[in-house]
Ligand binder design. Structure first.
Ligand SMILES: Nc1nc2c(c(=O)[nH]1)N[C@H]1C(S)=C(S)[C@@H](COP(=O)(O)O)O[C@H]1N2
Ligand SMILES: [Mo]
Length: 422
């Protein structure tokens, strides 16, 4: 008799069963919750309600209800939240795939809809699985291909996250009690000396994930779980180095970091996009004619590099932490405080600022900062890093550096600062 995917006997792996699925499900419950929260935090950190540039999702409406002023303390905040978001996301890939594999027979079960409740549950599963796959695929492409979704990754990943999470909540409410029970039974079984993962006959009948006609085992359930865990550990181990400098960064073999190898010396730390890549003309950045234009309440001020170097210069040890998850250790930046520049154009209490660079094409050539970021004494228009003038690729002659902010707000090759409420 031919077997079709809709017949339970078509699926022969002896590994499948409610307990295997439950362990993976509980890991995802914890992991995906962390991904969702760190993802929303990352979105908030980008200051998306500061028009005109940061807001890539003008139609977000209610989905943006949680937005708040991203703090500047601790200065490594975004390095941590986004490092966790991306590294954990990559490490969960094997768990997600194994979980989907473990329940795939249900996808083909007939009849497709048994009742209204069953139909609704299946619809929520479509959103759950579709949402999860969508988030992983867009996230990984973004990390790997350096913004394969020009301008639209943010709304896609945000909308996908909410669709996924709504279905996820429904799924957890429906399934978590059974998952916890299954894992307890598995533990109890192990204590009783029984082979863990072995399903007693009476339960096997209830457990529709257990194959009615299992093939001879090639791996135990525990072994299969170890394999999934090993896959996660491997992905973790080959990704986490992106959050560190030095030899550790080279262990991140699966993760390009959106730039060439940074090289040696004071400017020898990760570069996102080089000056050449975004079309910055060295004749503009290195010229005596370069001016910083500062506008605000009391008018417009033009400053040469010499003027800037005559202002009080301050230092701050701050990292670059990219939305792609990579980050550098603290670097020593030196430059003019943003709040001092705001004071030049009439603000005792610093307002928001809109920052423009010399860059004429491509993403991230300008960005807005909130008043709380401008006010922080460590927020600089940096001229030097680690004791030397900025290199062309790190934003010569002047770049923004703000504590705890995503790298994308640290605009390079700055030419204009427009202070005022945005
Ligand atoms: N003008 C300009 N500034 C920019 C960017 C850019 O593409 N153009 N990239 C931003 C991003 S996404 C990051 S992560 C940081 C990286 O800074 P670095 O290249 O000095 O490490 O620069 C930011 N500043
Ligand atoms: Mo970035």
């Amino acid at each position: 008799m031919p077997r079709f995917p809709s017949s339970p006997a078509f699926w022969r792996s002896p590994v499948r069963g409610a307990r295997f699925t439950s362990v993976l499900g509980l890991v995802l419950l914890a992991g995906m919750t962390v991904l969702f929260v760190t993802g929303l935090l990352s979105y908030a950190a980008y200051n998306p309600d500061l028009d005109p540039v940061n807001d890539k999702t003008p139609d977000k409406g209610l989905l943006g209800f949680f937005l708040f002023s991203w703090p500047t303390d601790p200065h490594w905040l975004y390095r941590l939240t986004q490092g966790v978001h991306v590294t954990l996301g990559l490490a969960l890939v094997p768990v997600l795939l194994a979980k989907l594999w473990s329940v795939v027979p249900r996808l083909f079960a007939l009849p497709p809809v048994r009742s209204l409740a069953h139909g609704l549950e299946r619809l929520s599963l479509l959103l759950l699985v579709g949402g999860a796959l969508f988030e992983f695929v867009t996230g990984i492409l973004n990390v790997q291909l350096d913004y394969a979704f020009p301008g639209s990754f943010y709304p896609l990943h945000l909308y996908g996250a909410w669709v996924f999470f709504a279905a996820f909540l429904a799924h957890v409410v429906l399934k978590a009690p059974a998952a916890v029970r299954n894992v307890r039974k598995m533990r109890a079984g192990r204590r009783d000396g029984g082979e863990e993962g072995e399903v007693e006959d009476d339960e096997a009948e209830e457990d529709e994930l257990v194959s009615p006609d299992p093939a001879p085992p090639t791996v135990s359930r525990r072994g299969a779980l170890w394999m999934v865990g090993g896959g996660s550990a491997l992905l973790f181990g080959t990704s986490v180095g992106r959050s560190f400098d030095g030899p550790l960064r080279e262990t991140a073999v699966l993760s390009p970091h959106g730039g060439p190898e940074p090289g040696e010396g004071p400017n020898g730390f990760q570069i996102n996009k080089t000056a050449a890549y975004v079309g910055i003309d060295p004749r503009e950045t290195d010229s005596e004619a370069w001016r910083l234009v500062v506008t605000g309440r009391s008018g417009t001020v033009r400053l040469s590099l010499t003027d800037l170097r005559r202002m009080p210069l301050h230092s701050a040890a701050l990292p670059i932490a990219c939305v792609e998850g990579w980050s550098t250790a603290d670097q020593w930046w030196r430059g003019v405080r943003l709040r001092d520049l705001a004071a030049l154009v009439g603000y005792d209490d610093p307002p928001d600022v809109f920052v423009r660079s010399l860059q004429r094409r491509g993403a991230f050539r300008s960005a807005a900062l909130r008043a709380n970021q401008v006010a922080d004494a460590r927020s600089l228009l940096a001229l030097d890093v680690n004791g030397e003038p900025l290199s062309a690729d790190h934003g010569r002659p002047a770049r923004i550096i703000v504590p705890a902010a995503p790298g994308v707000l640290n605009t390079k090759w700055v030419t204009r600062l427009e202070f005022g409420e945005l």
